[in-house]
Design a protein around this ligand. Structure first.
Ligand SMILES: [Zn+2]
Length: 322
């Protein structure tokens, strides 16, 4: 798929900066900082689209009879999101806010929707995780929000939770939130816009990018791989999937084949961990691997071992016999 406009803008600005820095001083200059991301609304299909700025991809529905938002990024980004939604909907407010999970780059902007969103839905475990660590960023450093600033909105928690499935009608669209068991966390929801045939996967889908695996919040890579097949089976062949994150320059909307490729990636990381554990390789040595796995070069090098990188998570999951 074509790069998004945001990627184009970022690339163009980066090129301009690089050109400006070319010259004798360039050797001493710090690498140019990327410019602040611009709020970008991208229609996908039948009143449903994506919003990208900073943090996890937001999904939205704007129709003459209803507005839905899936995830909220961070407060500043949520304000740009809300402004754009109001402009597109004639200030009709937000009928439904759904969080795919609790991480700060997906729910950190919820407070901006206080008094605006008429209903807030999330899985019961996502709700618990949000309340356990209010305002605590649960993302790697690159995705962390800035320190809380005075005047930051108070967190808006779900008023409606579910364990397996929640469904509601908004205008002429049916929105279904379904939990497929442990994956990226223990409280992930897959949000389906049934008539548009568009699915928001939250961080259960990371397009050709190493995912965060939040074992402290109940993640399971084994079940994650299984559920991706179940999600694909539960939807049409031409369903459009919105990814929580994508690697640099890649689109945030993908097809069924990409969902199954990500399943294969998770299984490959687990198989790698199984070989290392079976060979009795020490943990430090097993986790020192950086080079991409054969067949998954597009993912790039593995991140350095941390509490939530996929190699560490797979090694611990296999070693624990889970
Ligand atoms: Zn996440």
């Amino acid at each position: 798929m074509a790069p998004t406009r945001r990627d184009f803008l970022v690339t163009s600005a980066g090129a301009a900066l690089a050109a400006a820095l070319a010259g004798p001083l360039a050797a001493f200059a710090q690498p140019p900082q990327p410019p602040p991301a611009a709020p970008t609304f991208t229609p996908v299909r039948r009143n449903v689209g994506t919003f990208t700025m900073r943090g996890g991809t937001v999904g939205w529905l704007v129709s003459p009879r209803g507005v839905v938002v899936v995830d909220t990024q961070f407060p500043a980004e949520a304000r740009a999101l809300l402004e754009g939604l109001q402009a597109r909907s004639g200030n009709r407010g937000v009928d439904l806010l759904v969080n795919t999970h609790h991480h700060g780059d997906h729910s950190g902007g919820n407070g901006v929707f206080r008094g605006v969103a008429r209903k807030v839905v999330a899985h019961g475990m996502a709700d618990q995780h949000m309340r356990r660590a209010p305002g605590a960023p649960a993302q790697p450093p690159a995705a962390q929000p800035p320190a809380a600033t005075p005047g930051a909105p108070e967190m808006l928690y779900p008023d409606t939770t579910f364990q397996h499935t929640w469904a509601g009608d908004v205008g002429d669209e049916r929105v279904v939130a379904r939990h497929y068991g442990r994956g990226h966390t223990s409280g992930d929801a897959v949000i389906t816009f049934e008539r548009a045939n568009v699915v928001h996967m939250g961080d259960l889908l990371s397009f050709r990018r190493h995912p965060v695996v939040d074992r402290a919040a109940g993640a399971s890579m084994r079940n994650w791989a299984r559920l991706l097949q179940e999600v694909a089976n539960a939807h049409a062949r031409d369903t459009v999937y919105i990814c929580g994150h994508a690697n640099t320059g890649l689109p945030v909307t993908v097809a069924q084949a990409d969902v199954l490729q990500f399943r294969d990636y998770l299984l490959a990381v687990l198989a790698l961990a199984e070989r290392q554990v079976a060979a009795g390789r020490p943990r430090e040595e097993a986790l020192a691997m950086r080079e991409p796995m054969p067949g998954f070069e597009a993912w790039g090098a593995f991140p350095a071992a941390n509490a939530r990188d996929p190699l560490t998570a797979a090694y611990e999951e296999v070693a624990a016999g889970a």
